[in-house]
Design a protein around this ligand. Sequence first.
Ligand code: TYC
Length: 137
Amino acid sequence: MKTFSMPSTEMPARRLPAHADVYAGPQDDDGGRHGGNDAGFETGTVTKTRPKTKRPNLYRVLLLNDDYTPMEFVVLVLQDVFNKSHEDAMQIMLHVHQKGVGECGVYPYEVAETKVTRVMDTARKNQHPLQCVMEKQ
Ligand code: TYC
């Protein structure tokens, strides 16, 4: 049930003259539309409706275990770089500690790359051997 209303963010409906939605011009460059007559007006049905939407290429950002990086440092990195709550960060850190590798998140290429760089820079500055990598999903 709708309990509130928001201003619409959609484009206003395009106002077209009558028949403009099936007009293909005098040349027969009908992109998937069929039919027509000598007056240059299409009378058929629009059949090509496949929208050209591309999914972004996503990458998993993974943290690797090691024997030296302090657990609390890993938790702070997960909170700071990956915006995890303390509870989620602790869970991910323990997973990595026990299994050897764990996922911090899935992001578009450049976001994933920036997060890997932030983790590696922070680890190096603090002289911890923590490793972070990305892999295509
Ligand atoms: N294994 C580390 C320790 O016992 C903790 C650790 C967890 C290190 C996760 C890295 O990605 C890591 N101090």
